[in-house]
Design a protein around this ligand. Structure first.
Ligand SMILES: CC(C)(COP(=O)(O)OP(=O)(O)OC[C@H]1O[C@@H](n2cnc3c(N)ncnc32)[C@H](O)[C@@H]1OP(=O)(O)O)[C@@H](O)C(=O)NCCC(=O)NCCS
Length: 184
């Protein structure tokens, strides 16, 4: 993402950027605070570094602007704290939201919204026609978020979650309009 795109995604004090290995400790902390069975570090590393089908993004607190004299000296602001994480897999025309979570003390600030928006944009740019995800039947907050982005329930997987054997709802969005390539 170039600087112009980065600035465009700045919303209410945070920016959405590609996840890097240097984010891993904060990513693991958010994952552990959000899910009963968080991914191990090796899985996140794989998604960030190796999995060509994965796109991982973080919402990061926007650092305060540097004073004029520091910018004159060519200094850049330090990275802000990671507030939210998302991992999406793109396989041919299908995008799958594999994990999305916001740091507990930063929820309700439209960070999940911004991460979903990023996924929608990237799925569209990759010419996906369909987005899919699983969500616990009891997770009304996440279901609300997904409905807001046009997802609808298309199925149910009984006892999908191994920690408490809760069912998963399968939600789908088929309005990921592909960008049409101009005829040559
Ligand atoms: C689900 C989650 C990512 C939402 O992130 P968030 O940053 O808190 O959500 P946002 O502030 O962006 O809210 C976006 C939408 O989610 C829904 N939502 C958010 N908080 C809600 C709440 N407390 N009650 C009901 N709906 C809520 C609303 O539709 C909201 O849109 P609106 O503000 O226009 O009404 C976050 O709650 C989280 O990390 N939960 C734990 C992990 C998890 O369950 N992940 C999903 C697994 S499938």
């Amino acid at each position: 993402m170039n600087e112009q795109q980065r600035k465009k995604s700045t919303t209410a004090g945070f920016v959405v950027e590609r996840m890097t290995l240097s984010d891993i400790h904060e990513v693991l902390a958010i994952d552990a605070a959000s899910f009963p069975k968080p991914w191990p570090a090796a899985s996140w590393r794989h998604e960030i570094e190796t999995n060509a089908n994965a796109q991982c993004w973080v919402a990061r607190a926007a650092p305060p602007p540097l004073p004029f004299w520091q910018r004159l000296l060519g200094r850049t602001a330090p990275h802000g704290a990671v507030l939210g994480i998302v991992c999406m897999w793109i396989i041919f025309e299908e995008a799958h939201i594999a994990a999305i979570a916001v740091r507990p003390d930063a929820r309700g600030l439209h960070i999940g919204d911004a991460l979903m928006r990023t996924c929608m944009e990237k799925a569209r740019a990759a010419n996906c026609t369909r987005m899919l995800l699983e969500v616990r039947v009891s997770n009304f907050v996440a279901q609300n978020l997904y409905r807001k982005f046009g997802f609808q329930v298309i199925g149910r997987r009984p006892r999908y979650y191994t920690d408490n054997h809760e069912d998963a709802l399968v939600m789908e969005n088929t309005h990921v309009t592909p960008i049409l390539q101009p005829h040559s």
